[in-house]
Every structure is written in C-alpha cells, then in structure tokens.
Write a protein of this length. Sequence first.
Length: 160
Amino acid sequence: MTYKKKSWQEKLRDSKDLPRVERLTPKMAGRWGTKLGDTVVIPAPIEVDELMRKVPQGKLTTINDIRATLAKKHNATIGCPITTGLFAVIAARAAEEIKLTQNTNTTPYWRTLKVGGVLNEKYPGGVEAQKKLLESEGHKVIQKGKKFIVVDFEKNLVKL
C-alpha cells in the first residue's frame, strides 16, 4: 500500500470535525490562565487562513489576536494556542505552494506574528524570509537575543 503525502493546500482544506468547542480539562485549565468550566475552540485550518487573509498591506496581527477572534466567534473562553499556531504554519506553507504553481495572490502570512511581535521561524524560508517581506512593507525588524521582532508592531495591529 502506498501512501500519498497530502499537499499543504489539502491540509488547509481538511477540516476533519473542526471547528469544535470543548470544555477545558483540569490539566489544561491552569496552563492557559483559565479555570475549570472554561471552554476552548479548536478552529478549522481554513478559519485561521481566512483571518490571516484579512490583514492588509502595512498592517499586522498576532496569533493571540486570531485566537481571541476565533474564541469570540465560537463563544468560547479561548482559542486553542497549539492548533491555531499549527494552522497558521499550514496556511503559510499552502500560500507558498499556491504561489509556486499559480503565481497568484495568496495569504499574506508574514503579517501574522507570534506573541510580542516575534517573527515565526516555522514559516517558509524562516525568519529571514519573513523579515524581508515585512521590511518590504515598511516595517522595521530587529534582533533581540535569538528572536527577531517588529519594532512598534502594536501601532500597526489591525482589528480582525
């Protein structure tokens, strides 16, 4: 039996049984600054991509902003930090896949930062590629220790 590896676009469109809202387990409750009885939304990959697509040129968002928007949309206490971050990477890789084959506008994933304005090393091309794309849109990126951060990123955040 041969196994065909899914493309990033296929992974992006594969929602399985998501989105899904679940009660937090006792173990999860303390971990994310929540309490027992709170809920978490596990989004569908395409939902994360759709929010990332809304960020216009020159503007930025963060994974936490996306999580908050998803939580509000699904009436949950929080958006899952693990799956939201993972699905942002899938959206980024799918965008690059589309760009290579169709030469069309894709999800501007480089405008989605990690907490604190930190660049995402898991995006295609790593932080160097994201830095180049952000700088081409007028953002200043500096290195702080091992991390790369957009200077004054808060001034350019967009409401999703």
